[in-house]
Design a protein around this ligand. Structure first.
Ligand SMILES: Cc1cc2nc3c(=O)[nH]c(=O)nc-3n(C[C@H](O)[C@H](O)[C@H](O)COP(=O)(O)O)c2cc1C
Length: 364
């Protein structure tokens, strides 16, 4: 079906196509989506934050910024979804055009700039969702809040969404909000994440649960910057790391249209950068901090590659635009085949085997 729909969607500007897709998913809901668009992925259970997800494939932040189509996303087979980035107050984002397709590289460049309706609107929708699929909420700062006051926005967004979220992601890595990525610098990160962990502890007895805090990082940090950030993530007891956001690099094999547009690049050209960051984090972080791998996944083999490099779960965005909603089922099916090939009983055990094999191949 998507094979027929894609040429129509690709004939209109990418943001128009995106808005139409969100509207369709919002109005078709769970039932129609299950019957019209999706297949049923096999079960591939895996743990996250003390829960068991039905599979490790999540929707990455930015697709459903305002939490409009959770029932439909659940019907598409996702194991979990991350909505947002949401900021405390609604904001329009950057002026269009701000999203560019590069089909020859199965990539996108975006400079959306956190267009969203704010935490109140998101909470109203999220509290009406029965939470049959775990949902993370990705938070950021408003554009007109100076970076020195970023902590106020993160605190306010965290306290607003935490009661309604299965986890909260602190977005320190969007390239489209000036100054945001400086918050990945170790001292800034320590102070911001330390404050949010305090809020997390303060809220735990009120909410009756600890709302896990994930940190989303950029693929443009060099190895030394990642090495400097990791002890901070450990010291503040961050609950997960999401690697990675879009890149400001342009790792194309040759010239492509729109390559000089400002913004973050996603899709297959990002895959290698994201995997490198995942591998560094896996080497340097304790096993108590799971890694969610994202960047350039558009089939089961690329998902398996991120998992073997060190991710416990994966997320997709750009792959969905090029391959359509059946990508979720295709990835879960292919991962189940990878697991079966190792002879392990489940995904975590299969990953242990595959990682050990990879290490021994490398040391040969
Ligand atoms: C149009 C667009 C908007 C995005 N918006 C957000 C966002 O609001 N917050 C965020 O953390 N990541 C955002 N992302 C980044 C994705 O969540 C993901 O990290 C990145 O696209 C790499 O994954 P992919 O190659 O599967 O797309 C956005 C990506 C795209 C393409």
């Amino acid at each position: 079906m998507y094979r027929l729909l894609r040429p129509l969607l690709f004939r209109v500007p990418p943001e128009t196509a995106h808005d139409a897709t969100i509207r369709i998913l919002e109005h078709t809901g769970r039932f129609a989506t299950r019957h019209l668009l999706a297949q049923h992925p096999p079960a591939l259970p895996c743990p996250l934050f003390g829960r068991t997800l039905r599979n490790p494939v999540g929707l990455a932040a930015g697709f459903d910024k305002d939490g409009r189509c959770l029932p439909a996303l659940e019907a598409l087979g996702f194991g979990f979804a991350e909505i947002g980035t949401v900021t405390p107050r609604a904001q329009p984002g950057n002026p269009p055009p701000r999203l560019f397709r590069i089909p020859e590289a199965r990539a996108l460049i975006n400079r959306m700039g956190f267009n969203n309706e704010g935490t109140d609107a998101l909470i109203a929708r999220l509290s009406a969702y029965p939470r049959t699929m775990p949902v993370g909420v990705n938070i950021g700062k408003n554009r007109d809040t100076p970076v020195e006051r970023a902590a106020d926005d993160y605190r306010s967004a965290f306290c607003a969404v935490a009661p309604h979220a299965d986890y909260v992601t602190v977005n320190l890595s969007s390239p489209n909000t000036p100054g945001l990525r400086s918050l990945q610098e170790p001292d800034m990160a320590r102070s911001l994440l330390g404050m949010l962990k305090e809020e997390q502890r303060r809220l735990a007895p009120v909410l009756g649960r600890h709302v896990p805090l994930a940190v989303k990082i950029a693929p443009d940090l060099d190895d030394r910057a990642i090495a400097a950030l990791m002890p901070v993530l450990v010291a503040v007891e961050c609950d997960a790391v999401i690697a990675t956001n879009t890149t400001i690099q342009r790792p194309f094999a040759g010239p492509v249209p729109f390559q000089d547009e400002q913004g973050g690049l996603s899709g297959t050209p990002l895959r290698g950068l994201a995997r490198h960051v995942i591998a560094l984090l896996y080497k340097g972080l304790p096993a108590t901090i799971p890694i969610i791998g994202v960047g350039g996944i558009d089939d089961a083999d690329s998902a398996w590659g991120h998992l073997v490099a060190g991710a416990s779960l994966i997320q997709v965005y750009t792959g969905l635009i090029y391959k359509g909603p059946r990508l979720v089922t295709a990835i879960v099916r292919g991962l189940a085949r990878h697991v079966a090939r190792t002879g392990a009983p489940d995904l975590p055990a299969a990953l242990e085997i595959a990682r050990t094999r990879l290490l021994s191949e490398k040391s040969r």
